[in-house]
Ligand binder design. Sequence first.
Ligand code: CTP
Ligand code: CA
Length: 226
Amino acid sequence: MEKMTEQRLLEGKRIVITAGPTREMVDPVRFFTNRSTGKMGYALAEAALQLGGDVTLISGPTDLSPPRGAHFIQVNSAEEMYEAVHSGFNQADIVVKSAAVADYRPKEILDEKLKKQEGSLVLEFERTKDILKSLGERKDGQFLIGFAAETTNVEEYAKAKLHKKNADMIVANNVKEAGSGFGTDTNKVSIITADSVRHLPLLSKQEAAKEIFKAAVHQMRGQHEE
Ligand code: CTP
Ligand code: CA
């Protein structure tokens, strides 16, 4: 009986998940990116499908194949991810921002390849849009889950992000800790909401993903009862 309920946990719900790094071009042959492999986001997409959800996966460049059954939108830059997430936002019930979005991008993208010159190179960067924060500003019933990859003061920084971005939940991890973070198949996360902090043990990204959705649905039910 319990198993049945768990299997149907996300039935009738539309879940939008962002995954992977973004890629910010400098010129036609070079870009800035980060170490995200997309594994956590793809595990979330798979778990959401298993729980019966209607899943849209918006992904930066990764080596992974999208899970069968997910609507898949491939993007490169933070700007493209911003557009893709916002265009489906009205229809979404849960949005999970597990992507590692670049905070900065080159101020201009050169049309031609940058040729080397004597001396050092100085490039100017500008801020990208904060996608999660922009969703927090326009949310209207959607449940917003952000991620926080930290190397220190994990709980404190994650709580600050929860409030600053008007998210409903932040999944935090210390990327310096063994078994957590970039490229691993496991993750040790803390689930942080406005009134609770739960530390999960080291789990496979698949198991962690299920726990995250279980916690989200639990919290959503609580919110509706208020
Ligand atoms: N995020 C986003 N758009 C950005 C940067 C971050 O949507 N331009 C989202 C991430 O997808 C994640 C959350 O915000 O869900 C937290 O990202 P993180 O990089 O940990 O925090 P930042 O706010 O960027 O702060 P900092 O990198 O300085 O810690
Ligand atoms: Ca960041």
